[in-house]
Design a protein around this ligand. Structure first.
Ligand code: FIX
Ligand code: ZN
Length: 418
């Protein structure tokens, strides 16, 4: 009898939590999507969904088509090859494959038919501008942070020309080449009108600061970001540490913007796979500890790629209020790891985290990435609230709403404003 009561109240709790998690709009704090004003840079549709680099990596598990031949194919032909191998010849159980189906299904398409031409026809009938709103509404995303790079010549042209911004798409200043490719990148800063030399002297540092200010303002950036290799080490006697100390961190403190460190990517492990060829490794988080310790006035956002680093990262965040951890990045964005990481974070950090970002590169991916993550987060939250009820603490609907808003962007916005 008591078990029955428990089951009923647990099911009721789950329903309340699910409703709130599904109805709370998300601020997606890291994506590779663009404001619609960027035109063809904002990818969407079935061919972009199918040629997502996660699926490109997977198709080479099955096909013997040489890399070079694959890259010479048109996007539609690449998509057809991926559809054939990953969806028709094998059941599409990987997370990235499943994601395509969730997306189509939630957009109202019948995936049972396995009819690629019909899916293409449906997409061709969608008006691009209303489709943006349709995707954001279906995914229930209120705001999207872009990844804006002053080193990307195509993107730069749009910024330089100017456009009316869509308020749902906010800026983020990406600085990988500045931190990882000095002095080679000095010529790009020079061409952009900044007085820098290859030597990191006072003149160069002030030129770099000028560069950061210019692009930060143009993008109206919310934070600065960089992806770092597992070998990232700080402090070190190298250009990366030097530029961090002298230019990037002072700029972040002065403009009150966090610096997002995404640590653990090994670029071009298999260069023939192009964008799909990056791998990963376990990071040495002592460097992050050193940064948080040395710069209490700076704010750091961090996500790490290795599953093995997640526990250590949570413990670091317990020690440093200037560290906010976010997202299940890339290879960790699979259900069983999301589940494990989210539990770990909630149990060590309570609600002072941003459990997920989408990293979407194709607009429609917002739909599956958020739908899959919401289900996991809701399930864990239900379990946590249920544990509290065992101690006599009943959460109210208002408290559940408050908590979910915080997880879905509120805590991040507070951290940024601090
Ligand atoms: O460095 C990053 O921002 C990564 O997220 C990407 O470079 C990566 O290719 C990706 O799409 C992961 O989801
Ligand atoms: Zn990314």
């Amino acid at each position: 009898m008591q078990t029955d009561n428990f089951e009923t109240s647990r099911a009721q709790l789950a329903a309340r939590v699910n409703t709130t998690v599904n109805q709370t709009p998300v601020f997606d704090i890291h994506t590779h999507l663009y404001d619609p004003a960027f035109g063809s840079l904002l990818l969407y549709g079935i061919d972009d969904l199918l040629t997502y680099h996660y699926l490109v990596a997977e198709v080479f598990r099955y096909t013997e088509v040489p890399y070079q031949t694959f890259w010479k194919l048109k996007k539609t032909e690449q998509a057809e090859l991926i559809w054939k191998h990953l969806f028709l010849e094998h059941s599409p159980i990987s997370e990235a494959c499943r994601g395509v189906l969730t997306t189509l299904n939630k957009l109202g398409l019948d995936v049972r038919e396995r009819d690629l031409p019909k899916i293409r026809k449906w997409y061709a009938e969608q008006a691009p501008d209303t489709f943006v709103t349709q995707c954001l509404n279906t995914a229930n995303v209120r705001k999207i942070c872009m990844t804006n790079s002053p080193f990307d010549q195509i993107e730069r042209k749009v910024w330089e020309k100017g456009f009316t911004r869509d308020e749902r798409f906010v800026g983020g200043l990406r600085i990988d080449p500045l931190l990882l490719d000095w002095p080679a990148v000095a010529t790009e800063l020079q061409a952009d009108g900044h007085h820098v030399e290859t030597e990191l002297n006072q003149k160069t540092i002030s030129g770099i600061r000028h560069f950061l200010t210019k692009w930060g303002e143009k993008f109206a950036s919310n934070y600065l970001m960089v992806s770092l290799p597992p070998s990232f080490s700080y402090p070190a006697n190298d250009a990366t540490s030097n530029i961090l100390d002298e230019a990037v961190i002072p700029h972040c403190i002065e403009t009150n913007q966090p610096l997002a460190l995404m640590i653990g990517v090994k670029r071009a492990v298999n260069p023939q796979l192009e964008l799909a060829g990056d791998g990963m490794g376990r990071a040495e988080l002592q460097s992050l500890e050193n940064l948080c310790q040395r710069y209490p006035k700076a704010k750091f956002l961090c996500t790490v790629l290795a599953k093995e680093n997640q526990h250590e990262l949570c413990v670091l965040a317990r020690k440093f209020p200037n560290l906010h951890i976010f997202g299940c990045w890339w290879f960790t964005n699979i259900p069983h790891v999301i589940d494990e990481m989210t539990r770990l974070r909630f149990e060590l950090l309570g609600l002072s985290v941003t459990p997920q970002h989408s990293d979407a590169r194709v607009l429609d991916q917002l739909i599956y990435k958020w739908s899959h993550s919401r289900a996991i987060i809701a399930n864990i939250l239900t379990e946590k609230y249920s544990d509290l009820s065992q101690a006599g603490w009943q959460v109210t609907d208002t408290e559940i709403e408050r908590d979910v808003q915080s997880l879905f962007g509120g805590a991040f916005e507070q951290f940024c404003q601090r």
